[in-house]
Design a protein around this ligand. Sequence first.
Ligand code: NAD
Length: 411
Amino acid sequence: MKAFDSTQLYFNRAADQIDLSENIRRLLVTPKREVQVQVAIERDNGEIATYIGYRVQHDDSRGPMKGGLRFHPDVDLDEVRSLAALMTWKTAVVNIPYGGAKGGIAIDPSRVSERELERITRKFIDGIHDVIGPDTDIPAPDMGTNDRVMAWIANQYGKYHGFSPAVVTGKPVEMHGLPGREEATGRGVGTITLKTLGRLGRKPSATRVAIQGFGNVGSHTAKFLDDAECRVVAVSDVSGAYYNPAGLNMTEVLRHSLAHRGSLVGYQDAERLTNEQLLELDVEVLIPAALGGVLRKENAAKVQAPIIIEAANAPVYPDADEILDARGTVLVPDILANAGGVTASYFEWVQNRQHYQWGMNRVRQELDRVMTESFERVWQVSVERKVTLRTAAYILGIGRVGRATILGGIS
Ligand code: NAD
């Protein structure tokens, strides 16, 4: 199944619950605009390299469109389209005044130099600068991009439109970024995990956690849950998984990763497993925080964790979702679990528009409040309607977007 089809399937499941008409369904799922641009640069060795860049703007009925920019070899239009739709539902679930968008370039950033990456980013912005902006569409970091890339975007956009830091979020703090933006997605995932444990009557200290992916989201989630006394027994990156049933020494793992440009390769105090094996570990909580589509029909039945928190976008395919649901697995969906990132991005955008720097305490306080309130609301809908947390989150998101669309008028 293609990525967009699976987002659509989740959408339709919730739309059935609220008896949404066919016409409104079609209106809500059809992206407003899809842009594909050529990104050609001269490499350091003088060769010409050509990449394809995408930006899909899904919906703006609740505000300017918002969504990350992904640099990864698997990026294609279908994936970007699916992720853009997820952003629309996500911003609605946490009730921030945004629509949804997503972008990406099919490239492996580890195979180009930093200067080449900068040229690629700037060239991409040359291609899309007239369709993004602080009041239209605001990019942010995602897989393979970071605060450095966001700084280049702000700078390149500024060459066309003048000083506009609010055109992009996830910038370095020295360049109008938000203190706490980097940790925000992981902090939000951690907060949602603790709320879920609380609702299920489980103690953090009696909870073993496995996390796939140790980038921005995975590493901050691991640190947050370790601080909260959960036992993080496994983490992984593209090189494989690192497992210690007694609990990993998170201070040491983080130190190793920092010293090796984010890589876990060479970490000693753990057993080596594959990424597939990590997904099947005997733990209480499994947190996929890397790629989409890692839980499929073929491996879903092997998952032992009774709780799954979707830190990555779309890590569970619908056929796996059905298997897990039938087994009683409690699954917190991506559009709630990882919404801490876009929520902090919203704070950054507000800060930029007010030209007023927020402090870390305020960011954390407001982020925790939004994540907690959103979790409680989704949980409530799930109990009232006797539906999964995923369907409950979609019902909430689709309802808000649908009402805004109808109130704004179609013609
Ligand atoms: P990142 O690039 O910082 O880290 C990605 C991690 O995944 C790295 O540890 C990498 O080694 C690992 N990885 C890559 N390929 C892998 C593979 N085949 N198997 C196992 N691990 C692999 O990315 P990130 O920002 O942490 O994003 C991770 C996920 O979270 C993505 O799905 C992204 O869409 C989602 N997300 C990110 C944010 C954010 O603020 N960064 C917000 C919401 C959702």
